[in-house]
Design a protein around this ligand. Sequence first.
Ligand SMILES: [Zn+2]
Length: 239
Amino acid sequence: MINKKYLPKYPLVWQKDDFYIEIFCSIPNIATGILITTDKAKFVVDPGDGILRDLNKNISRKDILEISDIFISHGHHDHVGGVWSFLTYLSVMKRTLPLNIYFPEGCQEILSIHKAFQEVYSHETNYAINLIPINSNKKFKRKSITIQPFKVNHREMHDDGNSVYVPSLGYKFIYEGKSICYGGDTAYCESLVKMSKDSDLAIIEAGAIDEEDDTHLTMPQAEEIGKTAKEYFLVHVPE
Ligand SMILES: [Zn+2]
Protein backbone atom coordinates (compact mmCIF):
# COMPACT_ATOMS: atom_id res chain seq x y z
CA MET A 1 0.00 0.00 0.00
CA ILE A 2 1.18 3.51 -0.80
CA ASN A 3 1.96 5.63 2.22
CA LYS A 4 -0.11 8.80 1.94
CA LYS A 5 1.62 11.80 3.46
CA TYR A 6 -1.33 14.09 3.23
CA LEU A 7 -4.99 13.43 2.64
CA PRO A 8 -7.24 16.34 3.58
CA LYS A 9 -10.35 15.65 5.64
CA TYR A 10 -13.31 17.49 4.24
CA PRO A 11 -14.89 19.88 4.88
CA LEU A 12 -12.02 22.35 5.25
CA VAL A 13 -13.06 25.58 6.92
CA TRP A 14 -11.28 28.90 7.39
CA GLN A 15 -12.65 32.10 8.86
CA LYS A 16 -11.47 35.60 9.72
CA ASP A 17 -14.28 37.66 11.23
CA ASP A 18 -17.15 37.38 8.76
CA PHE A 19 -14.91 36.26 5.87
CA TYR A 20 -15.68 32.55 5.68
CA ILE A 21 -14.77 29.75 3.33
CA GLU A 22 -15.81 26.15 3.42
CA ILE A 23 -14.41 23.58 1.01
CA PHE A 24 -16.97 20.82 1.03
CA CYS A 25 -14.93 18.59 -1.20
CA SER A 26 -12.00 18.62 -3.64
CA ILE A 27 -11.28 15.14 -4.94
CA PRO A 28 -9.79 14.64 -8.42
CA ASN A 29 -12.22 13.16 -10.94
CA ILE A 30 -14.99 13.12 -8.31
CA ALA A 31 -16.04 16.61 -7.22
CA THR A 32 -15.15 20.05 -5.94
CA GLY A 33 -17.46 22.41 -4.05
CA ILE A 34 -16.60 25.67 -2.28
CA LEU A 35 -18.70 28.27 -0.46
CA ILE A 36 -17.38 31.77 0.32
CA THR A 37 -19.41 34.17 2.44
CA THR A 38 -19.24 37.48 4.28
CA ASP A 39 -22.07 39.36 5.99
CA LYS A 40 -22.96 40.72 2.55
CA ALA A 41 -21.84 38.06 0.09
CA LYS A 42 -22.63 34.47 -0.78
CA PHE A 43 -20.50 32.97 -3.55
CA VAL A 44 -19.94 29.46 -4.81
CA VAL A 45 -16.69 28.38 -6.44
CA ASP A 46 -16.44 25.29 -8.66
CA PRO A 47 -19.84 23.67 -8.07
CA GLY A 48 -19.03 20.04 -8.73
CA ASP A 49 -21.38 17.14 -8.25
CA GLY A 50 -23.05 17.19 -4.83
CA ILE A 51 -22.97 20.95 -4.42
CA LEU A 52 -26.70 21.18 -3.68
CA ARG A 53 -26.49 18.39 -1.12
CA ASP A 54 -23.55 20.11 0.61
CA LEU A 55 -25.11 23.57 0.53
CA ASN A 56 -28.39 22.16 1.83
CA LYS A 57 -26.56 20.46 4.68
CA ASN A 58 -24.81 23.66 5.73
CA ILE A 59 -26.96 26.69 4.95
CA SER A 60 -30.66 27.49 4.73
CA ARG A 61 -32.77 27.41 1.60
CA LYS A 62 -33.05 31.19 1.87
CA ASP A 63 -29.25 31.48 1.87
CA ILE A 64 -28.91 29.16 -1.13
CA LEU A 65 -31.39 31.32 -3.02
CA GLU A 66 -29.28 34.39 -2.21
CA ILE A 67 -26.09 33.03 -3.77
CA SER A 68 -25.31 35.77 -6.26
CA ASP A 69 -22.13 34.72 -8.03
CA ILE A 70 -20.53 31.49 -9.20
CA PHE A 71 -16.85 31.29 -10.09
CA ILE A 72 -15.61 28.51 -12.36
CA SER A 73 -11.90 27.69 -12.53
CA HIS A 74 -12.22 25.42 -15.59
CA GLY A 75 -14.69 23.12 -17.27
CA HIS A 76 -13.63 19.66 -16.08
CA HIS A 77 -16.54 17.63 -14.74
CA ASP A 78 -15.22 17.51 -11.17
CA HIS A 79 -15.51 21.34 -11.10
CA VAL A 80 -18.79 21.96 -12.97
CA GLY A 81 -20.76 18.74 -12.45
CA GLY A 82 -23.28 20.44 -10.15
CA VAL A 83 -24.09 23.45 -12.33
CA TRP A 84 -27.10 21.87 -14.02
CA SER A 85 -28.79 20.85 -10.77
CA PHE A 86 -27.95 24.18 -9.12
CA LEU A 87 -29.53 26.18 -11.97
CA THR A 88 -32.58 23.90 -11.97
CA TYR A 89 -32.99 24.13 -8.20
CA LEU A 90 -33.07 27.94 -8.39
CA SER A 91 -35.73 27.70 -11.08
CA VAL A 92 -37.88 25.20 -9.16
CA MET A 93 -37.60 27.39 -6.03
CA LYS A 94 -38.85 30.38 -8.05
CA ARG A 95 -35.77 32.51 -7.59
CA THR A 96 -35.94 35.97 -9.13
CA LEU A 97 -32.48 37.40 -8.29
CA PRO A 98 -30.07 37.33 -11.22
CA LEU A 99 -27.13 34.92 -11.05
CA ASN A 100 -23.65 35.72 -12.38
CA ILE A 101 -21.43 32.92 -13.63
CA TYR A 102 -17.77 33.82 -14.18
CA PHE A 103 -15.69 31.38 -16.19
CA PRO A 104 -12.54 31.27 -18.30
CA GLU A 105 -13.23 32.43 -21.83
CA GLY A 106 -13.44 29.43 -24.13
CA CYS A 107 -14.84 27.08 -21.49
CA GLN A 108 -17.19 25.01 -23.66
CA GLU A 109 -18.69 23.09 -20.78
CA ILE A 110 -20.32 26.16 -19.18
CA LEU A 111 -21.58 27.45 -22.52
CA SER A 112 -23.06 24.03 -23.33
CA ILE A 113 -24.68 23.50 -19.93
CA HIS A 114 -26.19 26.98 -20.08
CA LYS A 115 -27.47 26.48 -23.63
CA ALA A 116 -29.08 23.16 -22.76
CA PHE A 117 -30.57 24.61 -19.57
CA GLN A 118 -32.14 27.48 -21.50
CA GLU A 119 -33.60 25.08 -24.04
CA VAL A 120 -35.26 22.96 -21.39
CA TYR A 121 -36.20 25.48 -18.68
CA SER A 122 -36.26 29.04 -20.02
CA HIS A 123 -40.08 29.05 -20.22
CA GLU A 124 -40.37 28.47 -16.48
CA THR A 125 -37.25 30.25 -15.16
CA ASN A 126 -37.77 33.64 -13.54
CA TYR A 127 -34.18 34.65 -12.92
CA ALA A 128 -31.54 35.98 -15.30
CA ILE A 129 -28.30 34.06 -15.76
CA ASN A 130 -25.43 36.37 -16.68
CA LEU A 131 -22.56 34.49 -18.29
CA ILE A 132 -19.35 36.44 -17.79
CA PRO A 133 -16.34 35.04 -19.67
CA ILE A 134 -13.00 36.18 -18.26
CA ASN A 135 -10.02 36.69 -20.54
CA SER A 136 -7.84 39.06 -18.52
CA ASN A 137 -6.45 39.51 -15.03
CA LYS A 138 -8.61 42.59 -14.43
CA LYS A 139 -9.95 42.98 -10.90
CA PHE A 140 -13.63 43.57 -10.21
CA LYS A 141 -15.79 43.98 -7.14
CA ARG A 142 -18.93 42.11 -6.06
CA LYS A 143 -20.77 42.54 -2.77
CA SER A 144 -17.78 44.28 -1.12
CA ILE A 145 -15.34 41.51 -2.18
CA THR A 146 -12.63 42.32 -4.73
CA ILE A 147 -12.02 39.47 -7.12
CA GLN A 148 -8.70 39.13 -8.89
CA PRO A 149 -8.83 36.42 -11.55
CA PHE A 150 -5.54 35.09 -12.89
CA LYS A 151 -4.69 32.70 -15.69
CA VAL A 152 -3.17 29.39 -14.68
CA ASN A 153 -1.76 26.50 -16.68
CA HIS A 154 -4.08 23.52 -16.47
CA ARG A 155 -3.85 20.81 -19.09
CA GLU A 156 -5.55 17.54 -19.93
CA MET A 157 -4.05 14.35 -21.31
CA HIS A 158 -5.13 13.26 -24.74
CA ASP A 159 -4.97 9.73 -26.11
CA ASP A 160 -1.82 10.47 -28.14
CA GLY A 161 0.04 11.07 -24.89
CA ASN A 162 0.23 14.84 -25.30
CA SER A 163 -1.24 17.26 -22.81
CA VAL A 164 -3.40 20.08 -24.13
CA TYR A 165 -4.10 23.43 -22.44
CA VAL A 166 -7.62 23.99 -21.12
CA PRO A 167 -8.95 27.49 -20.39
CA SER A 168 -8.25 27.81 -16.68
CA LEU A 169 -8.29 30.45 -13.98
CA GLY A 170 -7.44 30.93 -10.36
CA TYR A 171 -9.21 33.56 -8.27
CA LYS A 172 -8.04 35.74 -5.41
CA PHE A 173 -10.83 37.03 -3.15
CA ILE A 174 -9.92 40.13 -1.12
CA TYR A 175 -12.12 41.44 1.66
CA GLU A 176 -11.34 43.96 4.40
CA GLY A 177 -7.58 43.48 4.11
CA LYS A 178 -7.74 39.68 4.06
CA SER A 179 -7.26 37.51 1.01
CA ILE A 180 -8.02 33.98 -0.10
CA CYS A 181 -6.18 32.65 -3.14
CA TYR A 182 -7.70 29.67 -4.94
CA GLY A 183 -5.54 28.29 -7.72
CA GLY A 184 -8.05 25.91 -9.29
CA ASP A 185 -6.27 23.11 -11.12
CA THR A 186 -2.87 23.95 -12.57
CA ALA A 187 0.64 22.84 -13.26
CA TYR A 188 3.38 25.00 -11.74
CA CYS A 189 2.95 28.57 -12.98
CA GLU A 190 4.30 31.99 -12.01
CA SER A 191 0.85 33.58 -11.71
CA LEU A 192 -0.10 31.17 -8.93
CA VAL A 193 3.24 31.68 -7.18
CA LYS A 194 2.71 35.45 -7.27
CA MET A 195 -0.93 35.41 -6.18
CA SER A 196 -0.43 32.93 -3.35
CA LYS A 197 2.43 34.84 -1.76
CA ASP A 198 1.33 36.65 1.41
CA SER A 199 -2.31 35.59 0.98
CA ASP A 200 -4.05 34.97 4.29
CA LEU A 201 -5.16 31.62 2.90
CA ALA A 202 -3.92 29.80 -0.20
CA ILE A 203 -5.80 26.80 -1.54
CA ILE A 204 -3.41 24.83 -3.68
CA GLU A 205 -4.05 21.68 -5.63
CA ALA A 206 -1.61 18.80 -5.29
CA GLY A 207 -3.06 16.58 -7.96
CA ALA A 208 -0.03 15.28 -9.84
CA ILE A 209 0.23 11.53 -9.88
CA ASP A 210 3.99 11.64 -10.43
CA GLU A 211 6.80 14.01 -11.46
CA GLU A 212 6.04 13.46 -15.15
CA ASP A 213 2.50 14.77 -14.78
CA ASP A 214 2.41 18.26 -16.34
CA THR A 215 -1.32 18.77 -15.74
CA HIS A 216 -1.15 19.25 -11.95
CA LEU A 217 1.20 20.27 -9.13
CA THR A 218 3.19 17.69 -7.23
CA MET A 219 2.89 17.63 -3.44
CA PRO A 220 6.32 19.28 -2.92
CA GLN A 221 5.49 22.00 -5.47
CA ALA A 222 2.11 22.64 -3.84
CA GLU A 223 3.67 22.79 -0.37
CA GLU A 224 6.37 25.17 -1.55
CA ILE A 225 3.76 27.57 -2.93
CA GLY A 226 1.41 27.12 0.03
CA LYS A 227 4.14 28.01 2.53
CA THR A 228 4.48 31.49 1.02
CA ALA A 229 0.95 32.26 2.26
CA LYS A 230 0.06 32.80 5.93
CA GLU A 231 -2.01 29.61 5.93
CA TYR A 232 -2.71 27.06 3.24
CA PHE A 233 -4.81 24.06 2.37
CA LEU A 234 -3.65 21.39 -0.05
CA VAL A 235 -6.58 20.05 -2.04
CA HIS A 236 -7.36 17.88 -5.05
CA VAL A 237 -5.02 15.22 -3.68
CA PRO A 238 -5.39 11.85 -5.44
CA GLU A 239 -6.93 9.29 -3.08
ZN1 LIG B 1 -9.12 19.67 -14.07
